[in-house]
Design a protein around this ligand. Sequence first.
Ligand SMILES: [Zn+2]
Length: 117
Amino acid sequence: MGIAAERRASSVSQIVLKIGSLSGIEEQLLRSAYPIAASGAVAAHAELTIERTAIVLHCEQCKRETRLRVNRLRCAHCGDYRTRLISGDEMVLQRLELENANPLSDTGQGSKSAKGR
Ligand SMILES: [Zn+2]
């Protein structure tokens, strides 16, 4: 976790991943693998949020964009198949929330004398 180290964060509280529907990444697999990958790291206690991105095509014919949810890779406007995939196969680290914990030097010595008058 180079980002966290650079910013001197002691822990990462949230990780937001964006995964394209065509990326071939199984969300469930990622979720089950994540705690193993993060264990012992600065992100061990981070909350993992996974967002799905839409499949976006750019049509070479009419130059318009089509958003898809299923694997029907044709332009919705003119029906042409000569399209270019703009979005849908990516995995992006969208956001990383960092936490700066207090230094640990104060812990362990809780002997505040509760003297009355
Ligand atoms: Zn088109």
